[in-house]
Design a protein around this ligand. Structure first.
Ligand SMILES: [Zn+2]
Ligand SMILES: [Zn+2]
Length: 498
């Protein structure tokens, strides 16, 4: 008894609101009474949506598109949601991936019972990779959060003084993810946050802010929804969406549809890797949506592009080993920092390859992308290997500035050039093999299949043509990280409108 007394005295001396555990049931009850407890909600408005993972440089926020119409219906009992939005470039700068967005684009994003899909016309297109986030999103909506907290068996509530306000943080586990919500002085959910697996960011912050609550027919709903996806270390916020809500209604009659059969039966597509030899010691490695090129030097192999994720990198590396069994992959050339083009880089770093990338990527790659921190949601080779105690610096970089960079063994030469004045990315590199007259590019020119309709000439194609001319590159063949292999003659025909 006596030994507990000083502890009780010490606790009593603490300011009551410093950090006080709360009874979770009474916290949820008070929030439910303030907010209402609908079985479904429908809301609409306008705002903007961003292209996550596609910034112009790592120092920039995600590129935004105007949302001229937004509506979403969530059915909490069916665990289903349907979001429709129409987006266009609007007045947002046409910088970054996906920009400029020509015309208006309607997108329909659905989830039900653990499945995710989009609609293309009247066809349901399965999106198994999006299922976890879309289901989590239901439980991160204002009312969904309270429901999920009540259903969880590990929910806790702690009240804190934050910036002069008394706020209660409710935390629990749902679908293997830790969800945190902030409940304010008025018992309203003003923020929900979790982390989702991402090849670039690792455990990536996913965050919704709910402000400007109004009474919509007896149910409280925010009039501003603002979302973040990213990492706060290099670019605070990484704003991904903002919707100003103009109408909301609870317990609506039309529920989102159940998942159609083709969506229920869908599985993640297999990783397919094939290769063809383009010249002595040069292989195009393809089979998916994003390709790579392996180039053999005297003592090593250099790989242009590590797209998508670790699964693709492992399969590409296996194919390179089959082609060149006796040489290590010493260099990986990263065309630009967009998540779909850089997502497989960590697998090469884990095997001590030097990353050749634009100098503008250095701080982001060092502090965030290749950071040795734990990846709890989807551990990869690098997060498990922890090579930061190795005698040689890992990751190693060769940074490319305005003057470009040359990789050579004295015999073979690969020149790496930055692409200047490009809207798609401010970090773009192209790789040129002068002896083989091969030019490798990403997202600028994707050579089409022979005999297919000529693609429209894009700003990226024009920029590529200008850079080729300015650098005076001798090119016979274009290899796209997307698309096929095409002749420079055909490329110039397109550019010149012939
Ligand atoms: Zn890109
Ligand atoms: Zn691309």
């Amino acid at each position: 008894m006596r030994r507990t007394l000083p502890l009780i005295a010490a606790l009593a001396a603490l300011p009551a609101a410093l950090a006080a555990a709360q009874d979770i049931e009474s916290v949820l009850l008070a929030a439910g009474e303030a907010m209402g407890n609908p079985s479904s909600i429908e809301y609409s408005g306008t705002g903007w949506v961003a292209n996550v993972g596609q910034s112009h440089t790592p120092a920039d926020d995600w590129p935004r598109f105007e949302v001229t119409a937004y509506s979403r219906t969530i059915d909490y009992d069916a665990k289903s949601s349907k979001e429709i939005h129409t987006r266009r470039q609007g007045d947002y700068p046409a910088l970054g991936g996906g920009a400029p967005l020509l015309g208006e684009q309607e997108r329909i994003l659905l989830t039900s019972g653990g499945h995710a899909w989009t609609m293309r016309g009247s066809d349901a297109v399965p999106q198994p990779a999006a299922a976890t986030v879309r289901q989590l999103d239901i439980w991160m909506s204002p009312h969904g959060f309270l429901r999920a907290a009540a259903d969880a068996d590990d929910a806790t509530a702690v009240t804190l003084m934050l910036e002069g306000r008394e706020l209660t943080i409710v935390s629990f586990t749902a679908m293997g993810h830790r969800l945190n919500g902030t409940i304010n002085e008025d018992n309203l959910v003003e923020r929900t946050l979790t982390w989702v697996a991402n090849p670039v960011f690792g455990d990536m912050i996913y965050d919704h802010r709910y402000t400007g609550y109004q009474d919509f027919g007896g149910v409280m709903f925010p009039t501003v929804i603002h979302s973040h996806q990213g990492d706060p270390r290099i670019n605070p916020g990484h704003n991904s969406m903002e919707i100003t809500v103009t109408a909301a209604a609870a317990d609506v009659e039309t529920a989102p549809p159940a998942a159609p059969d083709n969506v229920r039966d869908a599985t993640a597509p297999p990783v397919v890797v094939r290769s063809t030899q383009m010249a002595s010691g040069v292989w195009r490695i393809y089979g998916g949506s994003h390709h790579s090129v392996a180039v053999e030097f005297a003592d090593f192999v250099a790989v242009v592009e590590a797209p998508q994720n670790e699964a693709r990198s492992l399969a590409v590396i296996a194919e390179i080993r089959r082609r060149v069994p006796d040489k290590p992959i010493r260099y990986v050339i990263n065309t630009h920092h967009h998540a779909d083009h850089a997502g497989g880089l960590r697998t090469y770093v884990a095997q001590s390859a030097t990353v050749i990338t634009h100098e503008a990527n250095h701080a982001f790659y060092d502090d965030v992308f290749f950071h040795p921190g734990t990846r709890a949601l989807e551990p990869d080779l690098l997060s498990g290997r922890m090579p930061w105690f190795a005698p040689n610096r890992i990751p190693a970089y060769e940074l490319v500035g305005d003057d470009g960079h040359t990789l050579t063994d004295g015999e073979r030469v690969m020149n790496i050039h930055p692409v200047l004045r490009l809207g798609h990315a401010g970090t773009m590199l192209i790789a040129h093999l002068p002896a083989e007259r091969i030019l490798i590019n990403a997202d600028l020119y994707s050579p089409p299949a022979p005999g297919s309709d000529p693609p429209p000439v894009t700003a990226g194609m024009r920029s590529l043509a200008q850079n080729i001319e300015q650098l005076d590159l001798d090119v016979a063949r274009h290899v796209g990280i997307h698309g096929l292999v095409g002749s420079h003659v055909d490329f110039m025909r397109l550019i010149n409108g012939e």
